[in-house]
Design a binder for this molecule. Structure first.
Ligand code: FPP
Length: 247
């Protein structure tokens, strides 16, 4: 679905075809810190600031769905102190997010396997979802302990269970049904995925959903990412000719 952009004071984005759903792989925090001789966790702290700024901005310009990749199923392999610092950051962020996104009318949702997190973090995630669920602004999916292959395995298991119990017939399995068993059920597929930091990888992010997504790779580390970079990505997107396999 394409919408027209809202005119904001800061944005040049007005009257261009906006993507309904944008995904962002927030990459480059570690390199940003290294360049400054700082520990990697300092990059994540700065990355969290950028995240908050860009999420609010996306909602302001009229994006309907924003999905950010905050922690993958593979990120547990990082050094213990880095994982610990990220968990601390998530906790403090989630405590603040409950009130922060209220003014922006943002609906907060988590995609991924919550059960991997501490009970305290799980509670904060539930609380954020519960208190924002009736808002009618942008839906913000925060992908935490998310891996797209893991999401597909989970969907296959749930479909199998529903076929075995007779809830659905095997012949009901279709592309749409598979989409309906993913964390993003009911949401449009991402139109645009932005990857800052110059890496050309999908990194296990929305593999099923991104079959026809437009990718924009930007040469900026995530903590340096500005609202003007988001505008730039939207402009590049608006100039693409989407054919979905047709001509
Ligand atoms: C990838 O950069 C980034 C992460 C694994 C963490 C992303 C997390 C945040 C931006 C924190 C904000 C999120 C919330 C929900 C508060 P990297 O560390 O792989 O960077 P590198 O490729 O330069 O090493």
């Amino acid at each position: 679905m394409a919408l027209f952009g809202k005119k904001t004071k800061e944005s040049e984005i007005s009257e261009i075809m906006l993507p309904a759903h944008v995904g962002i792989i927030m990459d480059g925090n570690g390199r940003w810190a290294k360049k400054r001789g700082l520990p990697r966790k300092a990059g994540h702290t700065e990355g969290a600031r950028t995240f908050r700024k860009i999420a609010r901005y996306a909602s302001e310009v009229g994006i309907r769905y924003l999905t950010v990749y905050a922690f993958s199923t593979e990120n547990w392999r990082r050094p213990e102190d880095e994982v610990g610092a990220l968990m601390k950051l998530f906790k403090s962020y989630l405590e603040e997010a409950i009130r922060d996104f209220k003014d922006d009318d943002i609906v907060v949702r988590f995609i991924g396997d919550k059960s991997g997190f501490s009970p305290e973090l799980q509670e904060l995630m539930d609380e954020n979802e519960e208190c924002s669920k009736d808002r009618d602004g942008m839906v913000l999916n925060i992908a935490m302990n998310y891996g797209s292959r893991d999401e597909i395995v989970r969907a296959v298991r749930n479909i199998t269970a529903d076929v075995q119990s007779g809830k659905i017939g095997a012949d009901a399995i279709s592309e749409q049904l598979i989409s309906d068993y993913l964390y993003t059920a009911g949401q449009p597929d991402p139109d645009l995925i932005i990857r800052p930091s110059g890496e050309y990888r999908i990194s296990n992010f929305m593999l099923w959903q991104s079959a026809y997504t437009e990718f924009v790779i930007m040469n900026k580390l995530w903590p340096d990412f500005q609202k003007s970079d988001f505008d730039e990505a939207l402009k590049i997107y608006s100039q693409r000719n989407r054919r979905y396999g047709g001509v």
